[in-house]
Design a protein around this ligand. Structure first.
Ligand code: SF4
Length: 501
């Protein structure tokens, strides 16, 4: 464990990535394999398509109401960039302020260290149960599993998180972790896993919410330890903040005697006033609301009011390595609104599980590979059509397509540097490059490709090409070659004049 200080941020090129075997940043399968299973699930696609379509429409409406939205986005981008540029000093300022207000700051280099810190803190209270407010950071490090190994039960209190937890499932969306479930499925999970639930429970949303509330209330009243993430931390005052929609988070933050917050080091803002920008950008981009219903802020310990024991665990877990990459570091600007997921055509068809990480969708495709090292998530930067919709909606203007292309190049360079044998797709691309380098070879290839019309078997797409081109059609269809190529058409209609007006 680190004895203090912000890890020489961005200065050490050998800064470690998130360790293997702990946490949830790596999937068992590469994206194309995992996506194939998801694409076969039509119920999943319907659930996700309906939910993202609704959120997209709400977001567009409330964003359209803000005359200076583009100026706000630019302010958000500039604030994040300025914060990253002086992150070490700001983190030390945060530590000093939290400590001055009676809190305790812990520095965790990676998931293993962070889990050990939290387990020790909970053990010290003698409690075998914690209530949790939804936190991506604790999912990233696999905290629930680490607590379970230590005999401590972690109870998720965000409704969607609770559904995921009771269903022995994994989150599939940043904001709506149970987006892949419909009402009937949720009712079935509650009946199966909630003791004392009304056996006549229907799938009416109000009744489902009431059942969850009754279940959670019992936990809130007995838990002695709360665990949270943080949306923002203000360096100048040491204030931590959680924004949420249900109020369950507020119960976690105020009722238990001990509060442990696990926060990625990038969640910092320099001043209280900076929150003004992000608290406008976040709710409109995420839930399509003008303001989120609950914004909780706390600064250290206040005797007689809230927890008496306040801890902040500052988590690196690959963030320093990300910060060291001049192009990729903008992924750390993310405020986890999930707007990029809701507009992504790839996410809408595959859902979140295919990404194999707690961070799905476009932001996951650039953040996860940087936290783990590109080779541990090499398929994710390719899980995009590069349509740019994610860049258009991102409230802090993260240029996701630029980072995707950058990470693809890094992957190719790392394979070359490691002299890794080319895979089938690379062989196919090298062959295509050789063919296209010579007009004669290209014309011959076009004539040969016309034979491919047979493979389409009456359809307008080819489902499977022979090796090595099968590497291309393994994950996508190929268009049926035209009966006449552009060159043939040109020659037929213009002769060999080469009319270049
Ligand atoms: S990358 Fe941008 S749009 Fe996507 S979750 Fe982060 S802040 Fe939101």
């Amino acid at each position: 464990m680190n004895d203090g200080g912000p890890f020489h941020l961005g200065e050490d090129p050998a800064t470690p990535h998130a360790p293997r075997g702990v946490g949830h940043l790596r999937g068992a399968d590469a994206f194309p394999t995992a996506a194939r299973a998801a694409l076969g699930d039509s119920q999943l696609r319907r659930n996700i398509g309906k939910a993202t379509g609704t959120i997209r429409a709400k977001r567009a409406e409330v964003v359209g109401e803000v005359a200076d939205w583009e100026a706000l986005r630019e302010a958000g981008r500039a604030l994040k960039a300025a914060t990253m540029a002086r992150l070490p000093g700001l983190l030390l300022q945060l530590e000093q302020q939290v400590t001055a207000h009676g809190g305790v700051v812990h520095w965790a280099r990676d998931a293993t260290e962070a889990n050990a810190i939290v387990v020790d803190l909970v053990r010290a209270t003698g409690s075998d149960e914690v209530v949790k407010v939804k936190s991506m950071a604790t999912q990233e490090i696999g905290l629930n599993e680490a607590l379970a190994d230590a005999g401590i039960a972690a109870i998720e209190t965000d409704l969607a998180e609770l559904i995921v937890q009771l269903g022995d499932d994994a989150p599939s969306h940043i904001l709506v972790p149970a987006i892949h479930r419909n009402r009937a499925e949720i009712r079935e999970i509650f009946l199966r896993r909630m003791p004392d639930v009304d056996p006549d429970l229907t799938d009416e949303p109000r009744l489902l919410a009431m059942a969850a509330r009754a279940h959670l209330r019992r936990k809130f009243l007995t838990a002695r330890v709360g665990v949270s993430g943080a949306n923002f931390a203000v360096a100048e005052t040491g204030t931590l903040s959680v924004v949420e929609s249900e109020g369950n988070g507020r119960m976690c933050l105020t009722l238990p005697g001990t509060l442990i917050t696990v926060m990625g080091i990038e969640k910092l803002v320099p001043t209280w006033q900076d929150l003004e920008v992000f608290l406008q950008l976040l709710p409109r981009s995420s839930t399509g609301e003008r303001m989120n219903p609950y914004t909780s802020m706390w600064t250290g310990v206040h005797p007689g009011d809230g927890p008496t024991d306040v801890h902040l665990v500052l988590l690196d877990n690959g963030r320093t390595a990300t910060l060291a990459d001049e192009v990729g570091r903008q992924a750390l600007h993310c405020i986890r609104c999930s707007a990029c997921l809701n507009v992504c055509p790839v996410y809408e068809r595959t859902g979140g599980h295919a990404y194999g990480s707690v961070y799905p969708g476009p932001i996951g495709a650039i953040l996860s590979p940087q936290l783990t090292g590109v080779e541990d998530n090499a398929s994710l930067p390719f899980a995009s059509s590069l349509c740019g919709a994610c860049y258009d909606v991102c409230p802090v203007k993260i240029n996701i397509p630029e980072v995707l292309v950058h990470l693809r190049a890094r992957h190719v360079e790392e394979r070359r540097a490691n002299r890794t044998l080319p895979n089938a797709e690379e062989v196919a691309m090298a062959a295509a490059g050789w063919v296209m380098a010579d007009p004669g070879r290209y014309a011959a290839a076009q004539r040969a490709a016309r034979a491919g019309r047979i493979l389409a078997a009456g359809r307008d797409r080819i489902r499977a090409l022979p090796p090595p081109l099968s590497a291309w059609t393994a994950a996508r269809d190929a268009p049926k070659p035209p009966a006449e190529t552009f060159r043939d058409w040109w020659t037929r209609t213009r002769g060999d004049r080469g009319d270049r007006r």
